[in-house]
Every structure is written in structure tokens, then in C-alpha cells.
Design a protein around this ligand. Structure first.
Ligand code: ZN
Length: 136
């Protein structure tokens, strides 16, 4: 059994951006020749999240619109420090981490499932995602 740590780094271009990282994670699983196990994917940032859903352009735009609607600006206290309270609050509604099974050398996902890094305070450079694998 192996315990492996690797990372994905990405730049983002929009304030809210949904980035498909499924192939990046599968590349790491292949790189270490893992056949079966589990993979944990976690963002290192408080204004981003890791999400599993469908990679469809309209839905990704709907998601940004939905977050805007449920977390409008409201003179939040954190804005006195770095003016990004709504980005943190959007991240708190989601999750910073996902754990998934690796079966036959790749992440076991449904046909319409993809893994996304979700930027909630972009654009940013060098966002870091931890990949932790336990398997063989
Ligand atoms: Zn902040």
C-alpha cells in the first residue's frame, strides 16, 4: 500500500470560476500507478471549494448566478479587512474537500460527474489543491 501526496496548481481568470480538474487528478493516479484505493482532493484556500457535478457551460454559469443571489453584498464585517466576505461565505456553503474511490486505475465517477476546483474570489494566481492518495 502506498500513501502519496501531490499537488495541482492553477491560475483563475474570473471572480467565480468552475474549473474541471478530473483529468489532472487521474493523471496523478496514473503517474503513481495506483490501481485501487481512495483519493482525497482538498483546496488550500478559504475562498474556494472542491465540488462534484456536471461539466455543462450553462449549469456552471447558473451556479455563479445562484451564489450571487443567495450571498449578496451586505456590509459584512470581514469586508473591513480585505473586502471579500461574500467569497468566504460562498465557500462556507460548499466544501473544501472531497474523497473518492479509485477503481481500476481511475477515479470512479458517474457518467455526468466531474471534479471541480471552484474559484470564489478570483482572478487569482497559483491556487493550490492537495491530492492525497492511499492505495496500491
Ligand atoms: Zn478574506
Amino acid at each position: 500500500m502506498s500513501i502519496i501526496h501531490d499537488m495541482i496548481h492553477t491560475n483563475t481568470n474570473q471572480n467565480v470560476e468552475v474549473i474541471n480538474i478530473t483529468s489532472n487528478v487521474n493523471d496523478i493516479i496514473r503517474k503513481y500507478d495506483i490501481t485501487n484505493g481512495i483519493v482525497n482532493i482538498s483546496t488550500k484556500h478559504t475562498t474556494s471549494s472542491i465540488m462534484i457535478n456536471e461539466d455543462e457551460e450553462g449549469l456552471k454559469k447558473d451556479y455563479a448566478k445562484f451564489l450571487e443571489k443567495i450571498v449578496p453584498n451586505d456590509n459584512y464585517l470581514h469586508d473591513r479587512i480585505d473586502n471579500n466576505a461574500t467569497s468566504h461565505l460562498k465557500a462556507m456553503l460548499t466544501t473544501p474537500t472531497q474523497t473518492l474511490p479509485i477503481i481500476d486505475g481511475k477515479i470512479s465517477l458517474g457518467t455526468w460527474q466531474s471534479i471541480f476546483f471552484v474559484e470564489l474570489d478570483g482572478p487569482r494566481s497559483n491556487r493550490t489543491i492537495n491530492i492525497m492518495i492511499i492505495g496500491d
